[in-house]
Design a binder for this molecule. Structure first.
Ligand code: ZN
Length: 291
């Protein structure tokens, strides 16, 4: 008599689970239901309805002739970098007439002052003022609030990192209208603030190649003794954008950047508008720790 042996259960080779036939059916059903939940178009559409994509908040501005990104940023009080990011714009790309720009955060469409290049007379005045590092007689002292010990809300960025080799103030019987920041040749110089390029040329005097940016509230910055100029006149530049390279053109005592800040034609001490240096921060910290 042959002993009746129970039928061998088939193994599921992949995971090695030994299940009776009914168990396998239940497992298949469970997996099918799970798959249905994941791929069910109705269910996924419902999930999408529950979480709509955030709509961009702002208005659409249609560019008209003469408008630049800087002028648009001024009209709407939105930083150039934010406009560039929202509209996927590349640096120094001119806007097209009819181009539609998203202005993040704006609620109404505003009128924009078009860009106007310097008049012949204004350009002549500017070029005359760019003839020397020094001016004579010294400019009248600006009416400015006293400089706080450590600035936390500076308007400008350092155009390059480096030591101040020659500060703003009296020098050689005249007046040094800016600061000289020591730096290797060809070091990249960045725009100290959002603005537009009103001058990018070889000056007729000792400053060599120079760039002048116009910012808001009548503020201008000057970058001189350059080796190369990247920015072009009429360009909008955002704060931090490379505009030129350090050089040692024309009688400069080694490579350095001559940097000026002017308001309505009057030279101001750039250090009053730049963030505190690491040395100043360390000095401030050690003074605070003293009893
Ligand atoms: Zn200088």
């Amino acid at each position: 008599m042959i002993a009746k042996t129970p039928p061998a259960r088939r193994r599921i080779p992949a995971c090695g689970i030994d299940l009776p036939p009914l168990g396998r059916i239940w497992l298949c059903l469970f997996l099918l239901i799970l798959l249905g939940l994941i791929t069910d178009p109705a269910a996924s559409a419902a999930r999408k309805r529950a979480k709509p994509p955030p709509k961009p908040k702002g208005v659409t501005h249609v560019v008209v002739r003469g408008e630049t990104l800087f002028r648009i940023s001024q009209a709407y009080q939105v930083k150039v970098a934010i406009l560039m990011e929202a509209n996927r714009l590349k640096p120094s790309t001119p806007l097209r007439v009819g181009q539609r720009l998203l202005i993040p955060g704006a609620t109404v469409v505003k009128k924009v002052d078009p860009f106007r290049p310097l008049t012949k007379e204004d350009r002549e005045t500017l070029e005359r003022s760019l003839s020397e590092e020094v001016t004579a007689p010294p400019p009248p002292p600006p009416v400015e609030p006293p400089r706080p010990r450590v600035k936390t809300d500076a308007d400008l960025l350092w155009p390059i990192q480096g030591p101040i080799n020659s500060p703003f103030g009296p020098r050689w019987g005249k007046f040094h209208a800016g600061i000289d920041i020591g730096s290797p040749n060809y070091q990249e110089v960045i725009a100290a603030a959002d603005g537009e390029v009103i001058y990018a040329n070889e000056t007729r005097g000792a400053l060599g190649k120079a760039v002048v940016l116009q910012h808001d509230r009548g503020l201008r910055t000057v970058y001189a003794h350059l080796s190369i100029i990247i920015a072009r006149e009429g360009d909008t530049v955002r704060q931090g954008q490379p505009i030129c390279g350090v050089g040692d053109t024309v009688r400069a005592t080694g490579p350095h950047l001559h940097f000026e800040v002017r308001r309505n034609g009057i030279a101001l001490n750039p250090e009053d508008y730049l963030p505190a240096t690491i040395d100043e921060l360390v000095r401030d910290l050690s003074q605070r720790r003293q009893p």
